[in-house]
Ligand binder design. Structure first.
Ligand code: SF4
Length: 410
């Protein structure tokens, strides 16, 4: 109730009257809790004072875990129905990156290398942050409410503290420097408190499905494991991430779900295949050895060769067929509906990308050297760079080892 009262106070703040809010909703337990609290607040505000519009944004990476994706879509529909029927100034929408820049078009079409769990984790930015920020810029909300909690992980707590307005505050400035404020209503909640809220029905429908989702994916259950001892395993902090998530070593949520739902097994196998195809140690011949701009990178490096991309698409479509065949046998009627792992529009764009590369960038067709000595030069350049880096590190260490004072005995 204290959080609901706080939300009401900020909602009715005359200083920002009329300016919209945005709520980020992933469908997971934390952001759902924030949305529940916002709805409870709206229900308590008299109708004539509900003058601020609240836009609920749900991100779809288009490679979401299929169970969660289906759940997300049904939740958005149920939520909007509830908002309309109760005349609430709030609505939810699904936002995603344009198809021509989707993960599949990038990786299978243009042969992008896979994101890694380091500086090169471009997927989080490209699939989540970029579309969300563009949508926010369009709606220009004065406040964005998100469900981050300090208890989620040490790394998350550090990020929260870095951007907090002041120590202990539930407000922080947007790290994207766009003048937006971020409000973290449940930043100090424990997992137990979250599940206590979600044990009650959601304003827009029952809450048993979200509890079952967590139980199937992680074993975390509101009734069996109220402390929520299972930690997030996804690379970008998402409990249920993308089913192909390359940065993580093992996607435990999809693997656990595959133990419950037979039709998810081909997904875990295809994910491994994607990683193997990109593994330069296992399959160096599947990389072209060049960048898109023809910079030689050497054998086993650079963009994926066109023949490897063709193999990936063939296997992906076969996986889609296998998944749908197995889904027909599922006990749950909701799971018997066929799903699309990749859309026809994406497949068409992928074919167009191969044709363009074959025509304009012949160095990406296979792993052949375009000019004799290209790869040798690339290897030389790479080892020179490595040497330089080693030297710099050694110099830095030497400087650190040197004592910053001199003692003279007289
Ligand atoms: S879940 Fe994995 S693939 Fe998806 S955006 Fe996050 S890190 Fe990238």
């Amino acid at each position: 109730m204290a959080t609901v009262a706080e939300i009401i106070e900020h909602y009715c703040d005359p200083k920002t009257e009329g300016r919209p809010w945005a709520v980020s909703w992933s469908g997971g337990k934390d952001s759902t809790t924030v949305l529940v609290l916002v709805c409870r607040a709206l229900q308590m505000i008299p109708a004539n004072r509900r003058t601020r519009w609240v836009n609920v944004i749900m991100l779809d990476t288009k490679i979401e875990n299929p169970i969660l994706e289906d759940y997300m879509r049904r939740q958005v529909r149920a939520f909007n129905r509830w908002a309309r029927q109760n005349d609430m100034p709030i609505s939810a929408e699904i936002v995603s990156r344009p198809i021509k820049r989707s993960f599949w078009v990038g990786v299978v079409g243009w042969g992008w290398t896979l994101p890694t769990n380091g500086d090169d984790r471009y997927c989080t930015h490209a699939l989540k942050i970029e579309p969300q920020n563009a949508r926010l810029a369009d709606g220009n909300p004065c406040l964005q409410l998100i469900g981050s909690r300090s208890e989620e992980s040490t790394r998350r707590a550090m990020t929260i503290n870095k951007y907090r307005e002041e120590r202990g505050s539930r407000f922080s400035v947007s790290p994207y420097n766009d003048g937006r404020w971020i409000y973290l209503p449940i930043v100090d909640y424990t997992t137990n408190e979250i599940w206590q809220i979600l044990l009650n029905p959601l304003p827009w429908g029952p809450s048993d499905e979200i509890r079952r989702l967590y139980k199937d994916a992680t074993g975390e259950c509101a009734l069996i494991n109220p402390g929520g001892s299972v930690k997030a395993t996804q690379a970008c902090g998402a409990r249920f991430g993308c089913w192909v998530c390359p940065p993580i070593i093992r996607d435990r949520s999809t693997e656990n779900m595959a133990n419950v739902y037979e039709w998810m097994k081909p997904l875990t196998e295809w994910r491994q295949l994607l990683k193997d195809v990109h593994n330069p140690k296992k399959n160096p011949h599947l990389r072209s050895g060049y960048r898109r701009n023809r910079t030689p990178m050497g054998p086993g490096k650079g963009c994926l060769a066109i023949h490897a991309r063709k193999y990936l698409l063939k296997e992906l479509l076969r996986t889609q067929e296998d998944v749908n065949r197995l889904r027909e046998l599922d006990e749950n009627p909701l799971h018997r509906v066929p799903i699309e792992l990749i859309s026809q529009e994406e497949v068409d764009m992928i074919h167009a990308a191969w044709a363009e590369d074959a025509d304009k960038r012949p160095w990406l067709i296979d792993n052949r050297e375009m000019e004799p000595g290209d790869f040798e030069k690339a290897e030389k350049r790479l080892s020179e760079r490595q040497e330089l880096r080693k030297e710099r590190r050694a110099k830095k260490k030497q400087l650190l080892d040197e004592k910053p004072f001199v003692v003279t005995t007289v």
